[in-house]
Ligand binder design. Structure first.
Ligand code: G1P
Length: 277
C-alpha cells in the first residue's frame, strides 16, 4: 500500500528566471493551478493523502498554498462562482497532511530523496517531480503495478534518441506489455552512450531500502547524488521496473512544454465549461 508521496522541490528553477527569483517553480500556474496542485491531485487519485516536501530557501509559498486562507475565503463569501473556484482546493487541504523538510545544500535528486527519509520512515513511497505534469493518472497505474511486483518502479517514455542527455535512461527486458525489468540505467547519457531511448520521467515508486543505498551512493553525473545510480544498484541486487505509462506528459521544466501544457489545459477547461452551459 502506497500512502505517502514526496515532492522534491528545492531546485532553483533557473530556466524560468526572472519569475522564479521569488516564486518556487513548483508554484508556477498552468492556467489557474500551480504545478504542485496537479501533482497532488494525481497522487490523491492514487489513494495518497500524506505528502512530504523537500524544500529550500524561498519556498515558503508552497506551505502557504497548502494551508487555509481565511482572509481570501472571507472576502469571497457569498459569491457562488468564486467560492466554487476555491472549493476543491479547500477540500484537498482538509483531507491531506503536508510535512516539510529542508534540503540545505543542492546535492542532487538522490540527495533530496534521502533528505525526505524522516518523513517517509520504513514505508514504500511515491515521488513526484512536479514539473513533469502528467495526464492519465500515471501514479494510479504505478500503484497497481507496485501491488503486484512490490519493488521500485520508474515511469518511462520513449524519447527521440538525440534527447537522451536530458533524462535518466533505462534498458531492460520486457516481461509484460510495457513493463521492463531493468538491467541498466544511465543518468543523462549522450545519445551515443544511451542504452536505449526509454527515458525516466518524474514519477517513481521507491521501496525504503533505497535510503541505505543512497547513503552509499557516490556523486555521479554533474557531481550530484543521482537517484538513477541508486536505482541501478537496487536493480542489480533485486528488481526494479520501468513502466511505459499510458497517458501524456508535459515537460513543464521547459518553456515550450509549459506553454503546451497551458494551451492543453486551457482548452480542456473551456470545453468542460461549454458542456456545463
Ligand atoms: C531528473 C532525473 C532524471 C529524470 C528526470 C525526469 O532530472 O535525474 O533521471 O529523467 O528528472 O524529469 P532533472 O530533470 O531534475 O535534471
Amino acid at each position: 500500500m502506497i500512502k505517502k508521496c514526496i515532492f522534491p522541490a528545492a531546485g532553483y528553477g533557473t530556466r524560468f528566471l526572472p519569475a522564479t527569483k521569488s516564486i518556487p517553480k513548483e508554484m508556477l500556474p498552468v492556467v489557474n493551478k500551480p504545478l504542485i496542485h496537479y501533482g497532488i491531485e494525481e497522487a490523491n487519485k492514487a489513494g495518497i493523502k500524506e505528502f512530504g516536501f523537500v524544500t529550500g530557501r524561498s519556498k515558503r509559498a508552497i506551505e502557504d498554498y497548502l494551508d487555509y486562507a481565511p482572509e481570501v475565503e472571507q472576502s469571497i463569501k457569498g459569491s457562488k462562482s468564486k467560492e466554487k473556484l476555491l472549493e476543491d482546493t479547500t477540500k484537498m487541504i482538509e483531507e491531506c497532511t503536508f510535512t516539510y523538510v529542508r534540503q540545505k545544500e543542492m546535492k542532487g535528486l538522490g540527495h533530496a530523496i534521502l533528505t525526505a527519509e524522516p518523513l517517509v520512515g520504513n514505508n514504500p513511497f511515491a515521488v513526484v517531480l512536479a514539473d513533469d505534469l502528467c495526464e492519465g493518472n500515471v501514479l494510479s497505474q504505478m500503484v497497481k503495478l507496485y501491488n503486484k511486483f512490490k519493488c521500485s518502479i520508474v515511469a518511462i517514455e520513449e524519447v527521440p534518441k538525440e534527447e537522451t542527455s536530458k533524462y535518466g535512461v533505462i534498458a531492460g527486458k520486457e516481461i509484460e506489455n510495457g513493463v521492463f525489468m531493468i538491467n541498466n540505467m544511465v543518468e543523462k547519457p549522450e545519445p551515443k552512450n544511451a542504452p536505449s531511448n526509454l527515458a525516466i520521467i518524474g514519477r517513481y515508486i521507491l521501496t525504503p531500502d533505497i535510503f541505505n543505498i543512497l547513503r552509499d551512493t557516490k556523486a555521479g553525473k554533474g557531481g550530484e547524488i543521482q537517484i538513477t545510480d541508486a536505482l541501478l544498484e537496487q536493480a542489480k541486487n533485486g528488481m526494479v521496473i520501468g513502466y511505459k505509462f499510458k497517458g501524456k506528459r508535459f515537460d513543464c521544466g521547459s518553456v515550450d512544454g509549459f506553454i503546451e501544457a497551458t494551451n492543453h489545459f486551457y482548452n480542456k477547461i473551456k470545453k468542460n465549461n461549454n458542456s456545463e452551459k
